[in-house]
Write a protein that binds this ligand. Structure first.
Ligand code: FUB
Length: 326
């Protein structure tokens, strides 16, 4: 299905609701892996029950003036043996002739896990593995490939259940850290050569301030909430993420995929709607920020639309803050 051409700050597509865009360049084209929000009337709650997505559609663009194509259903909940509900923010990667779609969903016990599906085309369809990735938990996988190594960043607070895994086991009634204690960081794990399992125990990523001290849980303008993304620029590793309750996309810089990362500032100021979620990719010589807001539905938290903005760096490698409505 052919859709419209890219205009900065406008929905990429308007025939379906889309969110949580993970963008990659595969085979010379830009591919966007979003969540597919359903046109359901749902009251919002802190558990994220309103995000009850059931499938994935993959979008692609040949270039900036080309139409954005929706390739149709690439994977459906009914075909994932272990998953009960809520297909949340996905990501994709390529290795040795195979494309991998990574996605979170609640298992039969309502615990969020991360699954993987494989295919021969970046647009799908994707065939899910029979079970979730062993040892996986929480939400929002973002896979960063560097040479022969691939790392998965993941984790999200509140409905994403990261608080419940602080001991390494799922504790259903566990709360997050006190406001004056270090915030929870995202998790990172190196993937196995076949990309289907963790090669190591996930480790917590440390995000620190300029003073080298951990960012505290009460520092809601800077602390990690959900939606990690990793990219490199001029030899540095940029970890970007959503602050959740303060609705910003922010970033921190480090010298290694495992961190630590030093907080830098804001990439995107708050959008219409509660969530904010993004990816960063270089395509045809330009750096792009893919993000979403709820403008297409007039502000419904669970009916979002993916948009794109051009990202600019300052000479010192810092990122210029984008106001999505300026
Ligand atoms: O789309 C469902 C959830 O909302 C995602 O997993 C989060 O990052 C937030 O965007």
């Amino acid at each position: 299905m052919k859709m419209k051409t890219l205009k900065w700050g406008e929905p990429l597509v308007t025939h379906i609701y889309t969110a949580d865009p993970s963008a990659h360049v595969f085979e010379g084209k830009l591919y966007i892996y979003p969540s597919h929000d359903l046109d359901h009337e749902q009251a919002s709650n802190d558990n994220g029950d309103q995000y009850d997505m059931e499938d994935y559609h993959i979008l692609s663009m040949d270039g900036f003036d080309a139409a954005c194509v929706d390739h149709g259903e690439a994977l459906h909940l009914r075909d994932i043996p272990w998953a009960k509900q809520q297909l949340w923010a996905p990501d994709a990667a390529y290795k040795d002739g195979t494309y991998y779609l990574f996605f979170p969903a609640r298992d039969q016990d309502s615990v969020f896990r991360i699954g993987v599906a494989t295919g021969s085309s970046p647009a799908g369809p994707f065939e899910p593995q029979p079970s979730y990735m062993p040892g996986s938990f929480s939400i929002d996988p973002a896979v960063f490939v560097e040479g022969d190594e691939a790392y998965m960043y993941f984790g999200g607070l509140w409905g994403g259940q990261l608080e419940k895994w602080q001991t390494g086991a799922f504790i259903a009634n566990a709360e997050g850290p006190a406001p004056d204690a270090p915030a929870l960081g995202p998790r990172v794990a190196r993937l196995s050569r076949d990309m289907l399992t963790f090669e190591e125990e996930p480790r917590e990523v440390s995000i620190v301030g300029e003073d080298g001290l951990p960012i505290l849980a009460g520092d809601e303008d800077r602390r990690y909430f959900e939606g990690p993304w990793m990219h490199t620029y001029n030899g540095k590793y940029y970890l970007s993420y959503s602050t959740g309750t303060t609705h910003k996309l922010v970033y921190a810089i480090g010298d290694h995929p495992y961190g630590p990362f030093t907080f830098q500032g804001t990439i995107l100021t708050p959008v219409v709607g509660w969530t904010t979620h993004h990816s960063i990719v270089e395509f045809q010589g330009r750096w792009l920020l893919f993000y979403h807001d709820s403008s297409l539905s007039g502000g419904a938290d669970n009916k979002r639309c993916v948009k794109c903005a051009e990202l600019q760096y300052n000479e010192d490698g810092t990122i210029r803050t984008i106001d999505p409505y300026a």
